[in-house]
Design a protein. Structure first.
Length: 267
């Protein structure tokens, strides 16, 4: 399971979110987003996830320069969750160097345009974002029809998506774990690989996510827990890397947490 650190940007700065809401100014991370991205790379991250909160929840393009600077100054793939107003805006991000773009309500609003994006850029670079609340798709910067999460995933499959990005807005930054019930429901009904985001606070949460690998949950985005040092990310990634190299010194695959085991389990 690939562990991906998150950078959430609002008003040109890194912010901390709780239940999908950016907090007041005194709770913003004041660090330069680009420097944070470079820090995660130094900490051995193999990919970085960026959420543009001004775009995603306010509909404003405020942080374009910071996002493109991250893309240009770190040598790992950047996954972006942003506004995605139309297909042309999506192309601008992808042509600007964003490796993987999370497309959400546009899938429902203009499925044929999204199909064109998939044909042009492929399923590795354009993925379906199931941004949910209470088992249904929820609005971001503009209203969205009340669509059950499973119906959304079915539409994504029909359009040719090859990966689902899942988050429950009530669990983002909550430090109480992901919405395992809804994640399991989606993973059971869908054969696509899933990236889970939001809620992870402990290694125990990672172990529970690992149990869902058999259903296709193969990666997780972690934000607040890393910033607040809930567990040492550098040691986490390096332990896994060492274990993989012991088993196969020639391996050059992305480092994952799939080798982590709970205390007392067989090594």
């Amino acid at each position: 399971m690939l562990v991906i650190p998150a950078i959430e940007i609002e008003d040109h700065r890194c912010c901390r979110t709780i239940e999908s809401r950016a907090r007041e100014t005194d709770e913003l991370y004041r660090n330069d987003p680009v420097e944070i991205a470079r820090l995660w790379r130094t900490e051995n991250a193999k990919s970085i996830h960026v959420t543009d909160y001004d775009g995603l929840y306010k509909g404003r393009i405020e942080n374009h320069a910071e996002i493109i600077s991250i893309v240009q100054r770190v040598e790992v793939p950047v996954m972006l969750l942003a506004r995605c107003a139309d297909a042309e805006e999506c192309r601008q991000w992808l042509d600007g160097g964003v490796y993987r773009l999370v497309v959400h309500d546009l899938i429902v609003r203009d499925p044929e345009a999204v199909r064109g994006l998939l044909e042009q850029y492929g399923g590795s670079r354009v993925i379906a974002g199931a941004i949910t609340r209470g088992g249904a798709m929820t609005a971001t910067w503009r209203p969205v029809e009340p669509l059950d999460s499973l119906e959304f995933v079915e539409l994504a499959v029909q359009l040719g998506f090859r990966r689902i990005f899942f988050t429950d807005r009530d669990y983002e930054g909550s430090m109480r774990g992901p919405n395992f019930e809804e994640l399991t429901r989606l993973a059971t009904a869908c054969e696509l690989p899933i990236t889970s985001a939001g809620g992870v606070a402990t290694v125990e949460h990672l172990w529970r996510l690992q149990e869902l690998e058999r259903l296709g949950v193969d990666s997780v985005v972690i934000g607040r827990a890393f910033y607040e040092n809930s567990f040492p990310c550098q040691q986490l990634w390096r332990d896994v890397e060492l274990e993989r190299r012991r088993e196969d010194p020639r391996s050059v695959e992305e480092i994952s947490t799939s080798r982590l085991a709970p205390p007392g389990s067989a090594q």
